[in-house]
Design a protein around this ligand. Sequence first.
Ligand code: GDP
Ligand code: ZN
Length: 292
Amino acid sequence: MLTGIIVKGIGGFYYVNVGDEVIECRARGIFREQKITPLVGDKVKIRISSEDNSGYIEEILERESVLIRPPVANVTQVVVVSSVINPDLNTWLLDKILVMAEERHLNIIIYINKADLDIERAKEFKVLYEKVGYNVILTSKLTKLGIEELRASLRNNTNVFAGPSGVGKSSLLNALNPTFKLETGEVSLKNKRGKHTTRHVELLKLEKDTFILDTPGFSSFDLDFIEDFRDLRHYFKDIEKYNGKCLFNTCIHLNEPKCAVKDALEKGQLEKQRYENYILILEELKNRKRRY
Ligand code: GDP
Ligand code: ZN
């Protein structure tokens, strides 16, 4: 039996990358009986039937994670892409995406694109998020440096890119490998064309053991997975580290006395911008309508 990774699924066929080649496979009937649908990203064992020479998925190895939208298994890393301007970098949105990635326990890289349009601001964002504790890569007009740094960071991961439309995600993927040929351009045009084409989720192979999802992850930015707003504090890396240091264990760092987070904020050890976004998102979660 061969071991591989499902890179695409169309009409009951699964395309399994086994290293040097991609083999078209069907899933064994047993999966349907057990109501298990193979997912792109699944690591599988396949058998080539000696009768008809076609491939069969025999076993799905245990999944380490599953994303629902888009449906993909075993993603290990998310590259959060923003542009400095056009569209403007919105730290509130960026922090929301970071919350989603942290909740999933994914490796995170922040990639700030279009630095050519405002290098000074790009550098400010880099400093800000490096202080939080993230790996931040800047690129100016897809300079070689930014791309090679990104390529090295993607290695040995199944990567998903996240971020709003128009920040340059498709352009980046094409720069990593021109044969990917992803559609780029103005948002309005892309949306128009998107309506007429059926999208399949596909893992693109960048190099050995390194895959990239061709569709942006976290396409919906709602934080419904946080059932209790008090849990938000765990998904802000720079706030989580004060966990257990406040007077109250239950402190959500809002108005409580002797709060280590507010203390850090006053001493300049915590970025004001991050704390403000934390409060904004906290209020948003608190005020949301319960759907039941
Ligand atoms: P996506 O929606 O995130 O996939 O973004 P695209 O890759 O389609 O890019 C959106 C627009 O931004 C296109 O018109 C690109 O040419 C432009 N763009 C992408 N990267 C850069 C960059 O580094 N600098 C500048 N100035 N424009 C860029
Ligand atoms: Zn506190």
